[in-house]
Design a protein around this ligand. Structure first.
Ligand SMILES: Cc1cc2nc3c(=O)[nH]c(=O)nc-3n(C[C@H](O)[C@H](O)[C@H](O)COP(=O)(O)OP(=O)(O)OC[C@H]3O[C@@H](n4cnc5c(N)ncnc54)[C@H](O)[C@@H]3O)c2cc1C
Length: 91
């Protein structure tokens, strides 16, 4: 039985960006557009906090709760509206 050894390669670049949140993505893009060889390293999720846990999910929840609140106001202005909150479309 043969045991395969991992192949090691060495590459030299101008810049290594650690983390690809909004900051790392911006830095990586700017450096690459300036003509530098750039490697970005991400430990978890490309995009960082904003698209997964921060800005975008928050705004989806705020917008959804605003829509529910507005629909519930309809009775005082325009007649009856049945509102059945559902987490699925928000998620
Ligand atoms: C609830 C909430 C709502 C928000 N709403 C908004 C908003 O509406 N507008 C707005 O502008 N901002 C908002 N923010 C803030 C925004 O999310 C942050 O400002 C932004 O994500 C910061 O970007 P960053 O690149 O500095 O860090 P991060 O997004 O944290 O990215 C850092 C990245 O580096 C990686 N990393 C860390 N250490 C290593 C390592 N040793 N090796 C490899 N990778 C590594 C991480 O895995 C991560 O992906 C919100 C934040 C929260 C929590």
């Amino acid at each position: 039985m043969t045991t395969e050894q991992p192949v090691e390669t060495v590459e030299t670049v101008d810049v290594v960006v650690i983390g690809t949140g909004p900051g790392g993505e911006d830095a990586t893009g700017r450096l690459a557009r300036a003509g530098l060889d750039v490697v970005a390293v991400e430990a978890r999720l490309v995009g960082g906090e904003c698209p997964y846990f921060g800005c975008i999910p928050t705004k989806m929840m705020v917008r959804a709760s605003d829509a529910l609140a507005e629909a519930r106001r309809a009775a005082t202005l325009a007649g009856r509206v049945d509102v059945a909150p559902d987490w699925a479309p928000v998620a």
